[in-house]
Design a binder for this molecule. Structure first.
Ligand code: RIB
Length: 298
């Protein structure tokens, strides 16, 4: 029986406009479809893991508004344990404004609202009960991230850090992390090294490992991922797909990798499984709406 995964992070409502080209500053372009979808890196990762069979507890802070209510209903439908979801009347629920262009690339602006009001004092010790692995991202306050990492060290829980959106992090936050999953941009911001070939991938992975991180997976978009730990130093390639919308591809990867690891899959199998899941997600529009179910991977 796979252990429980605790995801602590953001929940947003994504307001998405599809267009051929991104507008230049000051330009108006006529776009195509508009979609309103559940999103937020934390929620996307929690939903992706749950759809792939993981037992997921999700902790987030919502505003007391329509978006918050809808998000909570969505989490319940996705079989997430929502017992510790918080609500505040002081801030609106998180919203993301997203433009997707004809190549499936996106531009995202997040109005964090309640997400940035998630305080360490609001996280009771009981959220960690029966948990095997904790997955976090950087769309909640950094003090809360620091608190969660400290708590996991104390309780000897594995932490998976998806350092998105990118920001510089203190070395003492990185020490003892079980797995870090940056993309190329995040790797450059965190390490100062642009991972553009095998040599620079190796150097940046080594940077993380020397900071005390056990396992490193650098996601490389359509090329797959670079895996570095005591056992492996290699690229795990992804299958080729036609991308419609790459929004949340990284989130689906993270949800899938924790789901695979909690099932006891080997690192290579887990990477292949997660690449497949995120590959499927980019062939569909939206964030949570694009996350595949277990039977689709097979
Ligand atoms: O990673 C994609 C997500 O980033 C979107 O769902 C958006 O809400 C932002 O959090």
């Amino acid at each position: 029986m796979p252990g429980k995964i605790l995801v602590i992070g953001s929940s947003n409502t994504d307001l998405v406009v599809k267009t051929e080209e991104f507008p230049e500053p000051g330009e108006t372009v006529l776009g195509q479809t508009f979609l309103m979808n559940p999103g937020g890196k934390g929620a996307n990762q929690a939903v992706a893991a749950s759809r792939l069979g993981a037992d997921v507890r999700f902790v987030a802070k919502l505003g007391k508004d329509v978006f918050g209510k809808e998000a909570l209903l969505g989490f319940e439908k996705e079989n997430l344990d929502t017992k510790y979801i918080l609500e505040t009347p002081d801030f609106p629920s998180g919203v993301a404004s997203i433009i997707v262009n004809g190549h499936g690339e996106n531009q995202i602006i997040v109005a964090s609202g309640a997400n940035m009001d998630l305080q360490p004092s609001e996280l009771p010790d009981t959220i960690f009960q029966d948990v095997e692995l904790v997955l976090i991202q950087l769309e909640i306050p950094i003090e809360t991230i620091a608190y969660i990492i400290e708590k996991c060290r104390e309780l000897n829980l594995k932490i998976v850090l998806n350092p998105a959106p990118a920001q510089k992090l203190d070395d003492n936050l990185l020490k003892g992390i079980y797995l870090i999953t940056p993309n190329e941009t995040e790797t450059k911001i965190l390490t100062g090294i642009l991972p553009e070939n095998e040599e620079t991938l190796k150097q940046s992975a080594l940077y993380f490992r020397e900071k005390g991180i056990e396992n490193v997976i650098i996601t490389l978009g359509k090329q797959g991922v670079y895996l570095s730990n005591d056992q492996y130093t290699q690229i795990v390639p992804a299958e080729e797909v036609i991308a419609i919308d790459t929004t949340a591809a990284g989130d689906v990867f993270n949800g899938a990798i924790v789901s695979a690891l909690s099932e006891g899959k080997d690192w290579i199998d887990a990477c292949q499984f997660a690449c497949k899941a995120s590959g499927i997600s980019v062939t569909r529009m939206g964030a949570q709406s694009s996350a595949p179910y277990q039977h689709e991977i097979k």
